[in-house]
Design a protein around this ligand. Structure first.
Ligand code: GCW
Length: 709
């Protein structure tokens, strides 16, 4: 195989992360390229781009613009089978890239259809010295890079560029990922190998994968990455560590990805030599300011700081009787002069709750802790809120805190790494779930107030806000440990950019980019992905019971009993009479009272509570009849048998793709589906057996033979 783009002046970093594709159309890939494989197009499709200029021109100069041009030259060359080259000056028909003001010096552009904002891009056509050109422009360099990726994505998917005039605006300024990497190289809840950043307490010498990660992130518009675990080691702020982190920022910079770090709130004491970390102590404030200034000296585009405090054993402001706002603000004030932000996580709860007390409820914790502080956080602080009130379960209602902060910036935290949803061993495409969360209408004051517009800051006119994805990619070739799971990372980025996109259109893009245009391949993979969340839910945790996994161990195997009778508060309250948490205002924990009135009404009444969240909100008998007409216990049996059957069917669906995709990926994914099919049966039998033991009510269809012990 001959690597065509070797002839071009491509920097080593780009070469190292790129696949060397055959020009004869033979599919070739490396997993590392994920959806950026840019496979050579079918000759006929390639011909439809014959009018695409062969020359590129950047107007202005910056590292990001140069990256954009190199990406365009090498990727378009690879797909189209003809050489694009960078022109030093205007020269006939070209693809012109640059900031709007600078491009306008070269050519008279019409007005964009909407106002551009930072990171938005506009791809249009114009004449430069009478030659027709494609123009990719934006207010900032990063926007130009995003425009280049958008153009390449269109070509890769065979979309026409005729008369292109497209302006895309991101939904929110914050579109970040978090990595839970430890400095020793392990990753908390990571299923894709060791850290791409750290090894043995140091930043890795070879940061090739960090650069490749930034490229993937930039391709879907993600503009920030927090590199270390929220359970942060204080050493990350050591004077000797900061220059090491700066090397990672250097790897990110060409792709416009801002680096940020998680810190331990007790750092002023633990590594700073002070005898306190009280956020209201002036010495502590000075310590944070000095530390942040030191970081900006070596990382001028540093993004900010993430804080997990007073949660799961982490120290926090409660040590000094201070509030979360006090803790967030001391760091926010240090960051403000540099334009950085602090993300303060709302995942604060007591994990020693008394389970005997039926009024206790972990789900109430975020709202109880943060709602009273609304309006006391600085503008450079953002409260980072997990999508649900518990912890990334397969189904939860949305966190009521999204509606509980009107004078505070907020960001939603979604989990790309499948901690409770099959750990990349089971297929579980999460975009349909995230869509439900983002589209959920909180009905604040009876008005339309969907979560996506609350987090963007649009509803309450907040200066900032947005999206955080906990990703946890690792050194494995396919990043997340499974090729199909990469659709979740792609989907997270696309939704953060535009939450109005449908799950169908997102997966359709991803499949075409990753597997090509064969209609059967596209149809089959799209359908597998789109069905996977509901299938996973049906054989693991239906009716809003939460994932019935082993919460004390690996969060993977079935283990419903592990949730009960301990302080973690993930109770199902399942006994011989019934199952479910009574979270009503009338008789339960009162959690439902944290929602705006119209939403409260829906959940409080059994008549209007949706079946899929019934056990989250209500304690009912096993014979309670659902809206579907089935009893709870029969639904559990049916859903587990149905789900396991569907997971088994995934194998046959995949087998229809034999010889239609490359043999390696075909075989690898087949193995995974075969494994999942077996695991789904283990889940089915385990949960059916459990509910039978509790309820003593047999399956009407007499299927419990294999399950009943
Ligand atoms: O769900 C829990 C995870 C922890 C994680 C924590 C958090 C980083 O099991 O591993 O810790 O959430 O989000 O802080």
């Amino acid at each position: 195989m001959r690597c065509f783009f070797l002839k071009l002046a491509i920097p080593l970093s780009v070469l190292l992360v790129s696949s060397c594709a055959a020009l004869d159309g033979t599919p070739s890939h490396t997993d590392v390229d994920a959806w950026l494989r840019y496979a050579p197009l079918d000759k006929q499709v390639a011909r439809t781009y014959q009018n695409l200029p062969n020359k590129t021109l950047i107007v202005g100069d910056s590292i990001i613009l140069r990256t954009a041009e190199q990406e365009l030259v090498h990727s378009a060359t690879q797909m189209l089978g003809r050489t694009l080259t960078s022109a030093p000056a205007p020269d006939g028909s070209m693809i012109v890239m640059g900031k709007l003001g600078e491009v306008r010096v070269l050519t008279a552009l019409s007005s964009p259809s909407r106002n551009l904002i930072p990171d938005a891009y506009w791809i249009t056509t114009a004449k430069v010295h009478r030659s027709p050109c494609i123009v990719i422009t934006a207010l900032n360099d990063r926007g130009v890079l995003y425009g280049v990726f958008a153009l390449l994505s269109k070509i890769a998917r065979g979309e026409s560029l005729k008369g292109i005039n497209e302006l895309q605006v991101p939904s929110a300024p914050i579109r970040w990922v978090n990595q839970w990497d430890n400095l020793d190289g392990r990753i908390e809840r990571g299923y894709g190998g060791r850290s791409i950043f750290f090894s043995e307490g140091k930043v890795r010498d070879d940061l090739t994968r960090a650069a490749a990660y930034a490229r993937l992130l930039a391709s879907v518009g993600i503009n920030g990455c927090t590199i270390n675990n929220v359970n942060a080691a204080p050493q990350v702020l050591d004077d000797s560590f900061i220059p090491q982190i700066a090397r990672i920022a250097d790897a990110f910079r060409p792709w416009g990805v801002q680096l940020s770090i998680s810190v331990d709130l007790s750092s002023p004491k633990v590594i700073g030599g002070l005898d306190t970390f009280d956020p209201l102590d002036p010495l502590v404030a000075t310590w944070w300011q000095t530390k942040v200034d030191e970081i900006y000296r070596v990382i001028p585009d540093f993004g900010g700081i993430v804080v997990k405090a007073d949660s799961e054993g982490r120290l926090g402001p409660s040590s000094y009787g201070r509030t979360h706002a006090d803790a967030a603000n001391v760091i926010a004030r240090a960051l403000k002069p540099h334009g950085g932000v602090v993300f303060y996580r709302a995942f604060v709860y007591n994990h020693h709750l008394d389970w005997h007390d039926l009024k206790n409820d972990r789900a109430k914790a975020a709202y109880d802790n943060f709602h009273p502080l609304d309006g006391t956080f600085d503008d450079h602080a953002i409260v980072q809120i997990k999508n649900g009130p518990i912890d990334f379960q397969v189904r939860e209602p949305v966190s009521p805190l999204f509606a509980g902060l009107h004078r505070t910036n907020e960001a939603i935290e979604l989990q790309v790494t499948q901690e409770y949803t099959g750990q990349q061993k089971h297929l579980c495409f999460l975009v349909p779930m995230w869509k439900e969360v983002l589209d959920f209408d909180m009905r604040i004051d009876g008005a339309s107030t969907p979560v996506k517009d609350l987090i963007s800051g649009r509803i309450f006119h907040r200066p900032t806000g947005g999206f955080i994805g906990v990703v946890n990619v690792g050194l494995d070739d396919n990043w997340l440990g499974s090729p199909l799971a990469m659709a979740n990372l792609y989907g997270f980025g696309r939704l953060a950019w535009n939450p109005a996109l449908s799950a169908e259109s997102i997966i359709n893009e991803w499949t075409r980019l990753t597997f090509g245009a064969d209609p059967l391949v596209v149809r089959t993979i799209n359908s597998l992905q789109l069905n996977s969340w509901s299938v996973y839910e049906s054989y693991t945790g239906p009716l809003g019971a939460g994932t019935l996994t082993n919460i004390l161990g690996n969060h993977y195997e079935p283990g419903p009993e592990s949730s009960e009778e301990n302080g973690w508060g993930q109770w199902h309250r399942a006994d011989r009479q019934g199952i479910g948490m009574d979270r009503t205002v009338a008789t339960g924990t009162g959690y439902i009272g944290q929602y705006p009135e119209e939403v409260q009404k829906i959940y409080e009444s059994l008549a209007s509570c949706p079946d899929n969240l019934l056990l989250f909100f209500h304690h009912v008998s096993y014979t309670y009849v659902l809206h579907s007409g089935k009893t709870v216990v029969q639904h559990v049996y049916d859903s587990h048998y149905d789900g396991a059957q569907k997971a088994g069917d995934f194998v046959a669906q995949w087998e229809t793709l034999k010889d239609r995709i490359d043999a390696n990926r075909y075989a690898d994914i087949l193995d995974r589906f075969q494994y999942q099919a077996k695991e789904a049966v283990v889940w089915r039998d385990s949960i059916c057996n459990w509910i039978y033991r509790l309820s003593n009510i047999p399956d009407q269809k007499g299927r419990l033979g294999s399950a009943k012990k």
